[in-house]
Write a protein that binds this ligand. Structure first.
Ligand SMILES: [Zn+2]
Length: 106
């Protein structure tokens, strides 16, 4: 009776701390994060572990999506693809993203 897509037995209440929530619970966080200037983000490559500024990653435009690759090992660290179904954000090639505090309005 287990499936990757099966809903939790108790959608509301009864959840201990650390319970897995669905994506809706994180939507606000991601919206806030991605609304910030991505060029200030430090991205760690999930393949070689190198940490680079977002703006230092190799960007490949013009394909089915926008792909960002590690400057050191050329592994894909992030990808965004806009399709009729919606916008896909694939961060599977990165191990972490560090959003530096913004200095304030310019
Ligand atoms: Zn790398």
């Amino acid at each position: 009776m287990s499936s990757d897509y099966s809903p939790p037995a108790t959608p509301h209440g009864g959840a201990d701390s650390g319970a897995v929530l669905d994506g809706n619970a994180a939507a606000g966080d991601f919206a806030g994060i991605l609304a910030s200037d991505p060029t200030t983000v430090m991205v760690r490559c999930g393949s070689c572990g190198a940490t680079q500024a977002f703006g230092q990653l190799s960007a490949y435009l013009g394909g089915p999506g926008t792909v960002l690759r590690c400057r050191r090992c050329e592994a894909m660290v992030a990808r965004v693809a806009r399709t009729p179904r919606g916008t896909w954000l694939d961060l599977s090639g990165s191990s972490s993203w560090l959003f530096l505090p913004t200095p304030g309005p310019a």
